[in-house]
Design a protein around this ligand. Sequence first.
Ligand SMILES: *Cc1c(COP(=O)(O)O)cnc(C)c1O
Length: 395
Amino acid sequence: MKLAIFGGNQVRKTMLAYGRQCIDEEDISYVNEVLRGDFLTTGPYVKEFEDKVAEYVGAKYAVAVSNGTAALHMACFAAEIGVGDEVIVAPMTFAASANCVLYCGGTPVFADIDPRTHNLDPAEIEKHITAKTKAIIPVDYSGQSVDIDVIRKIADKHNLIIIEDGAHALGSEYKGNKVGTVADMTEFSFHPVKPITTGEGGLVVTNNEKLYNRMMLFRTHGITRDASLMEKNDGPWYYEQIDLGYNYRITDIQCALGSSQIKKLDKFVARRREIVAAYNKGFKDVCEIITPYQAEFSNSGWHIYVVELELEKLTCTRKEVFEALKAENIGVNVHYYPVYLFPYYKSLGYKEGLCPNAEKMYERIITLPLHPGMTNDDINDVLVAVKKVITYYRK
Ligand SMILES: *Cc1c(COP(=O)(O)O)cnc(C)c1O
């Protein structure tokens, strides 16, 4: 019944997406060049894009693949995660951050988040380390960097590999440096809602040559043409498969788009920060809404803007706020349902109560629209709609 009042006189006439790509004519003409050229895949644009991302974050090597999930799988392979190995992962993330461990036969071990930053709590990581622990997969949730120096110390003390899931964090900074150089490997995603896009795409940066070589092998079936790695050499046509990899290659078409997009990344991030500043200012006087806490070491690139509802001060549930905002044509979302609560993970034995902070957070969060193409009117629509709904449900 209450919903009718929101549907009746909507703040917006058309849906404002929670996230979306930002493509311009320059991007389009760069992709067109590839289509007129000799290579559609595994040509010069793959290396160009890899070099640009590596240079942008300040890493030595980059390996681009077909999507971010493949990139995480590749990183787990390079880290030699296998049966019997435990990997500490964040629960408040997209399923891929934990699935990649399962792909390799390893066991994801979920550690709880810090309720303020929503990122893995270093103390919780330490609590879950056993003799079987091989790696840690922290996630830079919403674009806010994890405290990677602290996690690095823990990893070094216990001889663990860090695979940072930076799918939200290309362009984000940690203590003044771009995210992507402290972990052993850092993964980025180029899905259309991510900081830059290639349609589908993913990439891992590393400073470690051995990990780089293993990733390059994994991307193409485990096949090499490097004579020093081959048992024999029958001739110039000859190659050997020396490990089991996949076809995780990305196309030149996608990498051309990526190369063009990364030129705009700083502009995109700057606009995202402007929108966030406007949101934070606009919600200052709304005591039912907790705006995102930011640690002093992080300068987020703001992949998503997630607010927490003070449900104790409202007469409604999160679901009612969500549906009311949808009725106002505000494209809200929820990031995320704790991964281990999904039926598949439950079938593996994971149980409710594992990470109480993540579970509590899940009940209270809503993601509001945020992407660089939003206009000031769009920002205002979100503020007006949220205030309208919250005022209605205020105790
Ligand atoms: C988007 C995302 C990925 C990778 O997703 P792809 O769609 O496979 O590119 C991994 N982890 C997180 C946290 C993500 O948001």
